[in-house]
Design a protein around this ligand. Structure first.
Ligand code: PLP
Length: 417
């Protein structure tokens, strides 16, 4: 709160498309999709209409012992869209709860299968999977963990295939394969205790948009199968088309044991998360004894308004052929962003799908905060992580808005780099 003395909160009155407006009518281009959730712009008429329609029918009913049309439709549509074999949906309310559900369900799966010793997890270095206690145990960000160290189970990490860490001359693919070998060494030693490996496919968002080669996921899938460890793909940030395919796992041609979806699934409108899993996992819980079942509930699980927003979001993907349109948009943005990529103070300019990131050589230790503040003065919402600036715009961003984003960012670099 003290920081707000120098960086006051920005009160937002309304949103339209890629723009947010404050109470004085000042506008801000939402270049981070309001923490990576917004896909089709603020106040999207099609999503608004779907929610309004649902509001007139059923705002909410508990999902225990009851069900409703939007949640059934959404589950069936996701089953068709997700990698093969992920036919079951478990609903939660936000990203961290999806992580909790997948961790609990994977350990419980082994217990139900007569292997109660498999209770440990591994994640990648610099991973981020949410900030509840279970999710923090597989989140490797000291700033978020340290204060709660005594409360968090200690879990191991394995090296991240982030290509920025490759040796000079080593390709992203070769580095990813080297990291996969290190994953194998860990699995060889510890598989008897391991319930699951949780991973952010292709892009580790909170690690500073660390990007890596899909071959890592392919190898991770093979290794997890070979060593009897479940694979959890956390697509909370990278799913819903963000990396260029509807789900990032598709680029590696793999199906995980658990697929976590949240953020963009409702187009950025309402909190919702879904843990998709396989029939194999489902069957391990299918029993008369209640204790074998998976007991995990949230009051607003599978909220009908959120499910309708999600269905409207999937309609837009289908009707507008969003994935193809985004490929063209990304190519265009890469051309427009060339002056940034070639800027002498910019390093590691990178792009995956509709995510761009780069490091800035800056003399300012508090670059992130200064950049955020200067961006606001320049009608931009940017939230750098350390000296990493990233763009994760809503998919509706137009060509003139791309020019605006790049032009204003260059202006900011003139001052801060
Ligand atoms: C990869 C990943 N997993 C989990 C989460 C947690 O989601 P939520 O903030 O909805 O709890 C996030 C949030 O940024 C994320 O990026």
């Amino acid at each position: 709160m003290k920081h707000y003395e120098n960086f006051p909160l920005v009160p937002i009155a309304r949103g339209q498309g890629a723009w947010l407006y404050d109470f004085d009518g000042k506008r801000y281009l939402d270049a981070v999709s309001s923490w990576w959730v917004n896909l089709f712009g603020h106040c999207n008429p099609r999503i608004n209409a779907a929610i309004a329609d649902q509001l007139g029918k059923l705002e909410h009913v508990m999902l225990a012992g009851f069900t409703h049309e939007p949640v059934v439709q959404l589950s069936e549509r996701l089953r068709k869209l997700a990698p093969a074999g992920l036919g079951h949906c478990f609903y939660g309310s936000d990203g961290a709860s999806a992580t909790e559900i997948a961790l609990k369900m994977s350990a419980h799966y082994w217990r139900n299968n007569g292997q109660p010793g498999k209770t440990q997890f591994i994640s990648l270095q610099n991973s981020y999977h949410g900030e509840t206690l279970g999710a923090l145990s597989v989140t490797d960000v000291a700033l978020f963990r340290d204060a709660y160290g005594a409360l968090i189970a200690q879990q191991a990490t394995v090296p991240s295939p982030d290509w920025r860490d490759a040796e000079p001359g080593e390709s992203a693919e070769a580095y990813a394969l080297r990291c996969a070998d290190l994953l194998e060494s860990h699995l060889q030693l510890h598989h008897a205790q391991l319930a699951a490996f949780i991973v952010e496919p292709l892009v580790q968002g909170a690690a500073g948009m660390a990007m890596y080669h899909p071959v890592y996921l392919k190898r991770a899938r093979e290794l997890c199968t070979r060593y009897g460890v479940l694979l959890i793909a956390d697509e909370i940030a990278v799913g819903m088309g963000r990396t260029g395919t509807l789900f990032a796992c598709e680029q590696a041609g793999i199906a995980p044991d658990f697929l976590l979806i949240s953020k963009g699934i409702t187009g950025g409108y309402l909190p919702l998360s879904i843990v998709m899993t396989t029939d194999n996992i489902y069957q391990a819980f299918y029993a008369d004894e209640t204790a074998r079942g998976f007991l995990h509930s949230h009051s607003y699980t599978g909220n009908p308004l959120a499910c309708r927003a999600a269905l409207a979001t999937l309609d837009i993907f289908e009707q507008d052929d969003v994935l193809s349109a985004n490929r063209a948009k990304a190519a265009l943005f890469n051309c427009i962003a060339a002056p940034l990529r070639d800027h002498p103070k910019v390093r590691n300019f990178r792009n995956t799908g509709m995510i761009w990131a780069f490091e800035v050589d800056t003399p300012h230790a508090d670059f992130a905060r200064r950049c955020f503040s200067l961006a606001l003065q320049n009608e931009l919402l940017l939230r750098p992580m350390g000296n990493t600036v990233y763009f994760m715009p809503p998919y509706v961003i137009a060509e003139d808005e791309m020019h605006f984003l790049v032009g204003r960012t260059l202006k900011i670099l003139e001052i801060l780099a």
